[in-house]
Every structure is written in structure tokens, then in C-alpha cells.
Design a protein around this ligand. Structure first.
Ligand code: R5P
Length: 281
């Protein structure tokens, strides 16, 4: 049985379809103090697959509740984190800070037999879990919504994302890859990107990253590309977080197209990671 968190209902349904397994419809009871409680009346069977993007504090609590009820009603519990919240806080940057990704991983580990996470920011986040962990790479799916492009340049906004860009390029079957040098001022949040080694002038560019959060990274990259007279700049990401005014930032920068997957369910979630996850379940 697939047990979806409220931020992963469409993905849960797609996964149930792929695996031909029943889809639970959790009921939520809310209390005056702001707490809530879930119920899956027909829970029971061999395996529960809990699918929950942990996009908020409430989503984390919801995941723990789903795991807890699943533990009681099923022989095996598998937890799928389409988007793992706090994964980018994978080290203590200053003395006195927690490693938030580790704190979350430890909590998630208590309620499951294994964990799958789609393109976590760093696969090494898996070391924080106390149960078997698998990072699932869905980057090839990002090539599907691409229009017909003539010799496109797939660009990562920083060196860390160059493998994603290479995967999308390989799945598209044409074009070249490169990356930008990126620096971020952690006090102001301002992002600076230096032009890539490959000359982008006149080319159609597809920027590829694991996540678009505030959109600052991609907007800075698009600005720089337009200074260098690219034809069009598209943005493809695994996790379309698109927080705050990210869409406006990207539109103002002149993005030609923006899409992501359903690891975070948004209007821009043009491709589903369900088929890739199904291969691992
Ligand atoms: C950072 O290394 C990530 O890959 C993304 O580039 C970054 O987190 C995106 O954040 P934002 O959209 O806020 O610039």
C-alpha cells in the first residue's frame, strides 16, 4: 500500500499506478492547539511505502505519523523522500550549530526499514541514516519536456551540478555541457556567477540544477547568459521549490521555459519521478 503525505498526493497516486498497489487516503483530524493526527482506516498488509516530500515542519511530523501507523499495520515499511527537507544543511558551518540533515535522518530512520531519496543535494547525506539508504537519480527525466533545440548547451550553475547537466544532456541525445563558477554571500544571499568556459553566444542554453529555491542562482545565471547574447535560456530542476518570489525573479531575468519534477508538486512539475522510483521498489 502507498501512503502519501499531503505534499506528495499526485506522486503517491502515480506510484500506486506504476506498482499496481493500493493507494491510501489518509484522514486528518486537527486540534485547537494546532496539532493534527492522521488515520488510514484500511491500513494493513505486507509492505507500506510512505511517500512524503518533507517541505515543511508539518510535513516532517506527518511523515513520522505515517511511519508510526505503518509500523503497526505492515510487515515492512519503506520510506520515500521525493524531496528531503534540510538535506542542504549537511554540516555545521559554524561552532554551536546542529547538522540538521543528520537530525532529520535519525528521526526518519526510527520508523522505517529503508529509505529512498530522490536526488538529495549530496548523496553523502545517506550516511546520516541508521537504516539502508538509496539515492535515486531522476535527472534523465528532465530531458522529456525539452523542445526541439539545435545543438543546446546544458549548463550547471555550479560545479556540483555538472553531473546532473551531463545526465540530462545524455538523455536528450545532443548538445554539450559546462558549468558556471558560483559564489554566494551568506549574509545577503546574493549570488554571483562567472561565465562558463564554453562560449554560449547565440546558443540555446538549458540550465540544470538539483533545486530552484529562491531562484537567485538561476536568475543570476540567466542574467549573465543574456549579457553574453544567448538565444534562449531554459531552466530544468529536479526539485521546483520556487519559494518566495522565485517565479517573478526568473521571469524578470527572461527565462524561456521552466520545469521540474513532482518531487515537489507545483504547476511546473512537468515530469513524474514515479517510473524511476518504481524501479527501486
Ligand atoms: C546549491 O548548491 C544548489 O545546487 C542550488 O544551486 C541552490 O540551492 C539554489 O538555491 P536558490 O534558488 O535559492 O539560489
Amino acid at each position: 500500500m502507498i501512503l502519501p503525505g499531503s505534499a506528495s498526493q499526485s506522486l503517491g497516486a502515480a506510484l500506486a499506478d506504476e506498482l499496481d498497489e493500493p493507494l491510501a487516503v489518509p484522514e486528518t483530524q486537527r486540534f485547537a492547539d494546532g496539532e493534527f493526527k492522521l488515520r488510514v482506516p484500511d491500513a494493513g498488509g505486507e509492505r507500506a511505502v510512505v511517500v512524503a516530500a518533507t517541505v515543511s515542519a508539518a510535513a516532517h511530523v506527518e511523515l513520522l505519523q505515517l511511519q508510526d501507523l505503518a509500523r503497526e499495520a505492515f510487515d515492512e515499511v519503506v520510506t520515500v523522500l521525493p524531496y528531503m527537507g534540510y538535506a542542504r544543511q549537511d554540516r555545521a558551518f559554524r561552532a554551536g550549530e546542529p547538522v540538521s540533515a543528520r537530525a532529520v535522518a535519525r528521526a526518519v530512520s526510527t520508523g522505517t526499514d529503508r529509505v529512498l531519496a530522490v536526488n538529495p543535494h549530496e548523496p553523502t547525506v545517506g550516511d546520516f541514516f541508521d537504516v539502508p539508504f538509496e539515492a535515486v537519480d531522476a535527472a534523465a527525466r528532465l530531458a522529456d519536456p525539452l523542445p526541439a533545440l539545435d545543438d543546446p548547451l546544458f549548463l550547471a550553475p555550479d560545479e556540483g551540478a555538472v553531473e546532473l547537466a551531463e545526465t540530462v544532456c545524455a538523455a536528450y541525445g545532443a548538445g554539450a555541457c559546462d558549468y558556471f563558477e558560483k559564489t554566494r554571500d551568506y549574509d545577503t544571499g546574493e549570488v554571483t556567477v562567472e561565465p562558463a568556459g564554453t562560449e554560449p553566444a547565440g546558443r540555446e542554453v538549458v540550465l540544470v540544477d538539483d533545486i530552484v529555491a529562491t531562484g537567485s542562482t538561476m536568475a543570476a545565471a540567466i542574467d549573465r547568459l543574456h549579457e553574453r547574447d544567448v538565444a534562449d535560456a531554459y531552466v530544468a530542476c529536479i526539485h521546483p521549490m520556487l519559494a518566495d518570489n522565485a517565479r517573478a525573479k526568473l521571469a524578470a531575468a527572461g527565462v524561456a521555459g521552466l520545469w521540474g519534477t513532482d518531487t515537489i508538486e507545483q504547476p511546473e512539475s512537468d515530469v513524474s519521478v514515479a517510473p524511476v522510483l518504481a524501479e527501486h521498489l
